[in-house]
Design a protein around this ligand. Structure first.
Ligand SMILES: [Zn+2]
Length: 175
């Protein structure tokens, strides 16, 4: 493959989203923000554009993406259409914040704003949901909370415990 030139920045991605993308707000997205995702489509002969977007997402530390291909329903062309999608609260939030200032399509601006509103509210709700983990550790203290990229909360004390046990077991094996 030839050299990859990086044409993608937030402005470019916003224009691409306006033209060849969608911001999907699936059923119950207001209660389940994981139902929100961002997708870009491209026919197989132009798939390089999706790779370029993927490289850009990598640069931004976004790892929660996926690919799909399907025979065409939206276009008349017979070429296979590829989809690059981003899922997960944290990843979608970064993408939508990045493209929002440059979006032109009113429909997409409206969707981006709805999604960002849900994400903002979601953080607060999740944070105060459970005051204790299953083992009874205090989860009102931010230092005890690890937030996964999906937005789900995890008890840091339990995580550390698991890590300690794993190290101990490894030592046993080594002996
Ligand atoms: Zn715990």
């Amino acid at each position: 493959m030839g050299t990859r030139f990086n044409i993608v920045d937030w402005r470019w991605l916003a224009a691409f989203t306006d033209a060849e993308g969608s911001i999907v707000l699936a059923k119950n997205f207001e209660k389940r923000p994981s139902q929100i995702n961002v997708r870009w489509y491209q026919s197989e002969n132009q798939i390089e554009l999706l790779w370029a977007i993927k490289d850009f997402l990598d640069e931004k530390g976004i790892s929660n993406y996926w690919y799909a291909n399907e025979s065409n329903t939206n276009f008349r062309a017979t070429a296979l259409v590829w989809t690059l999608g981003v899922s997960g609260v944290a990843s979608c939030q970064v993408v939508l914040k990045g493209i929002r200032p440059f979006l032109i399509s009113e429909k997409k601006i409206e969707r981006a704003d709805k999604a960002l509103e849900v994400f903002n509210g979601y953080k607060g709700r999740v944070y105060t949901k459970a005051s204790k983990c299953r083992k009874g550790h205090d989860m009102t203290k931010p230092k005890n909370i690890y937030t996964r990229p999906s937005g789900a909360r995890q008890c840091r004390v339990c995580m550390q415990e698991v890590e300690r046990n794993r190290k101990r077991d490894r030592r046993k094996v080594a002996i």
